[in-house]
Design a protein around this ligand. Structure first.
Ligand code: ADP
Length: 388
């Protein structure tokens, strides 16, 4: 039953009896022994008390006016949330308790009045111990099921990963093999221009393989929880400016990256290695998927608690139907044409953003351009420092 936990104390017992003397006698005895006790003097009050908070056990008088104990028990057993609370019936010795009916309705035991304290205690203890054992078993079962599901999901991801990786590795390897073959088997010594052309093709394929390998290793270590979130105090404005400079040199791009910054202070506590992954991937995508010399905007906006970074390009855009899968590993949109890529960059970006407990959104229209917006808390989040 949801919400019922093994009680670290002696247990929470609900006593239901329309005779005040019985209620008083049982409750004071149980309270003295360390039980949490609640009392109800009618069937309706008992159901209300149960719905407010589930007891660990109910002592339920059978003969009560309006709603007798059997009826109360039936209500409890019909409700999924309360059906597993153990019910011990109470009946006067003078009454003939219908034992078969009591057990059929789901009662676990019965006690006859006048009470013998030791007997009452023994029966309560017995049922509470059984119930605790049952809860532990249910928890262990739920835990085992969860672990099994996780294992299944992991196996599914592994096979998917292997098939995607082998597919992505095969294509550049086939290119290298093809051009090497051409160099070897052309029958005559190829001229220098042809050799250079073939070697260039091989170079591009090798570069692609190396890039793929780097990103797979990075994603693998993130998935394995090995990359740590290590925030330090930085100035976001200079961080962005330096990153743009480095990127323009390394990509040798003719794109114009316009940087704007708003906010009183741009100090932040973030992990610079992860930030580098986020911005480098988003900016190099903006460059890669935009026409030569296209304009790219990087806007940084710092409020008191948040840093919002927008990277906008006027490139090929992202088809609407591809957008839901954008952050899946190896996913590439249908309009990439000949533009090379691994489909891993955005998966890495998303995990790095989440390590900062931030989020990333995208707005894009095919043929019109794309804007990625990254929202990050300005100050380090202490709750979870790993990327697992
Ligand atoms: P890739 O190495 O293929 O660029 P990413 O994971 O970085 O991998 O991006 C996934 C896909 O998202 C890309 O293949 C591309 O289809 C699309 N994409 C990402 N950024 C942009 C962008 N700025 N403009 C258009 N499409 C983009």
């Amino acid at each position: 039953m949801d919400g019922l936990q093994p009680d670290p104390g002696k247990g929470d017992v609900l006593i239901v009896d329309d005779t005040p003397n019985n209620l008083h006698l049982l409750s004071s005895m149980l309270e003295e022994l360390g039980y949490e006790v609640r009392c109800a003097s009618s069937g309706a009050m008992a159901l209300m008390a149960v719905s407010t908070e589930y007891p660990d056990l109910i002592l339920l008088d059978i003969s009560m006016p309006d709603m007798n104990g059997y009826e109360v028990c039936q209500h409890l057993k019909e409700n999924q949330a309360t059906q597993e609370i153990p019910v011990i019936f109470l009946s006067a010795l003078s009454e003939t308790i219908d034992k078969v009916k009591a057990f059929q309705l789901g009662g676990v035991d019965y006690i006859t009045k006048p009470f013998q304290i030791e007997e009452v205690l023994a029966r309560i203890e017995n049922q509470l111990a059984l119930r605790r054992m049952q809860i532990k078993l249910q928890q262990a079962e739920a835990e085992a099921l969860r672990a099994l599901e996780q294992e299944k999901e992991l196996n599914r991801l592994k096979s998917e990963f292997v098939s995607m990786v082998s597919h992505d590795f095969r294509s550049p390897l086939t290119t290298i093999q093809g051009f090497a073959e051409l160099l070897r088997c052309s029958g005559q010594v190829p001229d220098l221009e042809t050799v250079n052309h073939y070697v260039d093709k091989i170079d591009v394929a090798v570069e692609h393989l190396l890039c793929l390998l780097d990103e797979i290793l990075l994603l693998g270590s993130i998935e394995a929880g090995k990359l740590q979130y290590q925030p330090m105090t930085i100035d976001l404005k200079s961080f962005c400016q330096e990153l743009i400079e480095t990127l323009q040199v390394s990509t040798n791009s003719s794109h114009q990256i316009c940087f704007t910054c708003t906010g009183n202070s741009t100090q932040a506590e973030m992990d610079t290695l992860l930030l580098q992954q986020i911005f480098t991937n988003l900016l190099s995508n903006a460059i890669k998927y935009s026409p030569t010399a296209g304009q790219i905007n990087l806007n940084l906006e710092c409020s008191e608690m948040l840093a919002i970074v927008q990277i906008r390009d006027q490139g090929i855009g992202i088809p609407l139907e591809n957008q839901p899968h954008l952050f899946d590993a190896f996913y590439r949109c249908h309009n990439v044409g000949q533009i090379k890529g691994t489909g891993l960059g955005l998966a890495v970006v998303k995990r790095c953003v989440e390590a900062h407990q931030g989020y990333i959104t995208v707005e894009s229209q095919e043929g019109m351009g794309t804007t990625f917006t990254v929202t990050l808390p300005r100050y380090a989040q202490l709750s979870d420092h790993s990327l697992a």
